[in-house]
Design a protein around this ligand. Structure first.
Ligand code: TXA
Ligand code: MG
Length: 357
């Protein structure tokens, strides 16, 4: 298959280009498109053959359910059999935006979309290209992040093509995404509602509208339908072995510098993924090693600007991994606000290698 890349102005998408992509979706094809969080790999959610192509293109296990994207809140009843008042309230407050809600599904939603679960994940994205596409397509669009299974989510078209060139019919290029991390998922099929994945909408924001939402630690296996997202061990995992350092900044920096020296002395090539403030603190320790070419460094945002940290995280992780380092040592930005989602993605990439110092 040849992949066609169509450029669109993110603020004023050309209706002719959107119409072409919408027609492709209706014809059962795959269209990657920008949302405000990350790029999605879309197919008509009501067409099981089209949905099957998503799993094939991504190499995604059939046990991992998809998020269904809607043009507006009025389409909720197309897919959900029941909408509890708290879910309605949260959707009204934060749609269109980086929020996904899980509700009991209608029979019209194919089982392949939900991995056989009786619930469906629904979201109304705010990105103008996504909204125009969903409106013109006129069907709900199932769209996981547009990466190969277990790779970081794509925030640019270059990332999408690195993973999916030749596996998707059309890619709409609307430039880099704004939030950079996936949507926050809140499950309303349980009481109290549970945040299944931290993301672009913070828990603090959610609780201003529905205070009873709780956050839970996630666990999972590859053999049962994923009732919480991103549980599979290889999720977000880079080629290099990533270790996440957590704790007070000075101790983290000290320990990370010491481990970098040990690893490089053993012949490893080390990558450091950290906010700018941490890199500044590390600089005196690493000066010699970096100039000797044994350490690659990539900043992602700063502790004082969590939104920029979120926006830059996945691109920095991909870039560092592409240098061929054998080990990545990473620090996160705390757990307030967007920090929680950043920490979640890094700890998944670490696959349990989290060093609390
Ligand atoms: O920001 C986003 O949410 C992006 C953009 C493209 O909208 N999409 C995205 O999709 O991150 P994906 O497939 O990479 O992650 C969706 C997660 C899956 O890991 C899945 O486990 C969870 O949502 N999910 C989907 N349906 C579910 C359900 N019925 N119950 C529990 N979790 C569900
Ligand atoms: Mg994903």
């Amino acid at each position: 298959m040849t992949t066609r890349v169509l450029s669109v102005d993110p603020d004023h998408p050309d209706p002719a280009v959107i119409a072409e992509a919408a027609e492709a979706l209706r014809a059962g094809k795959l269209v990657a498109f920008p949302t405000e969080t990350v790029y999605g790999l879309g197919a008509n959610a009501l067409d099981p053959a089209a949905v099957a192509r998503i799993f094939e293109a991504k190499g995604r296990p059939a046990t991992d359910p998809l998020i269904v994207h809607l043009a507006h809140i009025g389409q909720l009843s197309l897919c959900a059999s029941h909408v509890p008042p708290a879910a309605r309230k949260l959707a009204l407050a934060f749609w269109a935006g980086p929020l996904t809600i899980i509700l009991p599904k209608k029979l019209t939603v194919p089982d392949s979309v939900t991995a056989g679960l009786p619930s469906v994940a629904l979201r109304v994205p705010s990105h103008r290209v996504a909204r125009a596409l969903l409106e013109m397509a006129g069907v709900p669009v199932a769209a996981p992040s547009a990466n190969r299974f277990s790779r970081p989510s794509p925030t640019t078209v270059a990332h999408v093509l690195a993973d999916l060139a030749g596996r998707v019919d059309i890619v709409l290029d609307g430039g880099p995404t704004d939030i950079g991390l996936e949507s926050t998922i809140v499950d309303f099929t349980v009481d109290p509602p549970v945040m299944r994945r931290p993301g672009g909408l913070t828990l603090e924001q959610i609780r201003t509208v529905v205070p009873e939402v709780v956050a839970v630690a996630q666990q999972g296996s590859e053999h049962v339908a994923q009732v919480a997202p991103g549980q599979l061990t290889r999720h977000y995992a880079p080629q290099a072995e990533l270790t996440l350092y957590e704790g007070a900044v000075d101790r983290v920096v000290h320990r990370l510098a010491a481990d970098t020296r040990t690893l490089t002395a053993q012949g490893a090539r080390v990558g450091i993924l950290a906010p700018e403030d941490d890199l500044l603190a590390l600089a005196p320790d690493l000066a010699g090693l970096a100039s000797a070419g044994r350490v690659e460094v990539r900043p992602y945002g700063s502790r004082s600007d969590p939104a920029r940290a979120a926006r830059e995280l996945f691109a920095a992780l991909r870039a560092l991994d592409a240098t061929g380092v054998t080990h990545i040592l990473a620090t996160s930005i705390g757990t307030d606000g967007l920090g929680l989602a950043v920490q979640d993605r890094l700890s998944r990439a670490a696959e349990g290698r989290v060093r609390r110092v």
